[in-house]
Design a binder for this molecule. Structure first.
Ligand code: MET
Ligand SMILES: [Zn+2]
Ligand SMILES: [Zn+2]
Length: 420
């Protein structure tokens, strides 16, 4: 077997990106076939497809490279197969064409989030396996998981996987999951995520003529809440603007939809005030935030029953681990995995941001941290604008190739570390 050439690696990435795994109808089976096929070209890499839903429509691919010492805990490299949707008409190139521009940019939904890392894991393992006779012998077993449904909360994917017997048998001791691009030369590592709540507030009120001024209309009630929420949002954002906290260290509350009005064939009826109105918010809380405080704010200020409001909170995953501690992995010398990871990145000739960060968004790593397993978020994309969930998401070919080298160093170091 030989190592993949530059062009072959790029072709692997582009072929994966060309499979439309965006919600609401991700093509998981084509993605799993492609990945399984690739994995079969790597010696000793075993593949199994697991199912945790009754109709088997959400497969999870687990690849395993056995280590020489099965009494040590294993390493898990995770990525998700699914993507958020793309507004095709707003893109410069069709989002599932993986357009390869002359300047090296590869445009595709998933180029950064996070199909790049899935292929990089495989390319790195393939390169290491090719060099086996020159010394690469994993001591710890290395697993690579490709999971479904991360972008919709992970409940039929990673959440079920970590609860399974199959997962327990893996005896995972350390996890690497996705991170986020770095606009500068230094790579970024994430030691925690923010936890999402989806909050819907509903108002009811007196209906009436569009020309009438009166108290307690549904939209007036909703707008009062929106004002209070905006004030809270501003108080959080002001701390960021004043340089007192990073974006990911405060509680974000962003409106994502508003729904009200009486529809007609002409659009909306303009001279009637509706009796119902609602709004949806994406709320993200850093690991140290007090969820009870937010809950109280919602029930007393944002959607008080006395203003004819009601609310629904959907918690998208855990906030604390099974010991009741915040979900975070210590990025310091108290955690030997931190040192191994840091040294491996530096050994590859790369620089790491001096401070590990909380990720502003959310990943499947929270389910593993909940089990008490240390997990860091890392996607080796340097000098790259942050374009996840945006139009024209792209990754530059050379950045992708450098990432493979970095993972080679990381996988080698993690799998041969015998201290923990
Ligand atoms: C709703 S769970 C999180 C899904 C996605 N990764 C996000 O951060 O938005
Ligand atoms: Zn992602
Ligand atoms: Zn995402």
């Amino acid at each position: 077997m030989k190592k993949s050439s530059f062009q072959e690696s790029i072709n692997h990435l582009r072929a994966y990106l060309q499979i439309n795994t965006a919600h609401p109808h991700p093509d998981y089976s084509s993605a799993i076939s492609l990945l399984t096929n690739f994995a079969s070209s790597v010696p000793n890499l075993k593949a199994q497809t697991l199912h945790f839903t009754p109709n088997k429509t959400k497969p999870l691919l687990l690849l395993t490279l056995p280590g020489s010492n099965s009494s040590l805990t294993s390493i898990l490299l995770n990525s998700h197969i699914d993507s958020v949707p793309a507004e095709t008409s707003k893109w410069s190139h069709p989002p599932f064409s993986a357009h390869y521009a002359p300047d090296g940019k590869i445009f595709a939904r998933g180029a950064q989030d996070d199909k790049c890392i899935g292929i990089q894991y495989l390319e790195a393992i393939k390169n290491l396996a090719t060099n086996q006779e020159h010394g690469f012998k994993p001591v710890r077993t290395v697993h690579v998981s490709f999971v479904p449904d991360e972008e919709v909360g992970g409940f039929d994917g990673m959440a079920k996987f970590v609860e399974s017997n199959e997962f327990k048998e893996l005896n995972v001791g350390f996890v690497l999951d996705e991170g986020q691009a770095s606009p500068v030369e230094e790579y970024r590592v994430f030691y925690a995520d923010r936890s999402p709540w989806h909050v819907v507030i509903k108002a009811v009120g007196e209906p009436g003529h569009g020309a009438r001024m009166y108290d307690n209309s549904a939209l007036e009630n909703l707008m009062k809440s929106v004002e209070m929420i905006s004030k809270f949002r501003e108080s959080q954002f002001d701390m960021v603007k004043a340089g007192l906290a990073a974006n990911s260290e405060v509680i974000s509350v962003n409106p994502v939809y508003l729904k009200a009005g009486i529809a007609s064939t002409e659009g909306f009826v303009m001279n009637m005030q509706p009796s119902e109105a609602e709004a949806g918010f994406d709320v993200r809380m850093p690991p140290t935030a007090d969820p009870e405080l937010v809950r109280r704010k919602i029930s007393q200020e944002w959607a008080p029953a006395w203003r004819n409001m009601s609310y629904q909170i959907t918690e998208k995953g855990p906030l604390r681990d099974y010991m009741g501690k915040p979900l975070l992995t210590h990025p310091d010398e108290s955690n030997p995995w931190w040192s191994v990871l840091k040294q491996a990145i530096e050994a590859a000739g790369e620089k790491l941001n001096a401070k590990a960060e909380i990720l502003g968004s959310t990943t499947d790593a929270r389910f593993m941290r909940q089990m008490g397993i240390p997990a860091f978020g890392f996607s080796p994309m340097k000098n790259t604008p942050i374009l996840l969930h945006d139009h024209d998401e792209f990754l530059v070919d050379t950045v992708f190739m450098e990432g493979i080298k970095v993972y080679e160093s990381i996988i080698k170091s993690l799998s041969s570390y015998i201290g923990a």
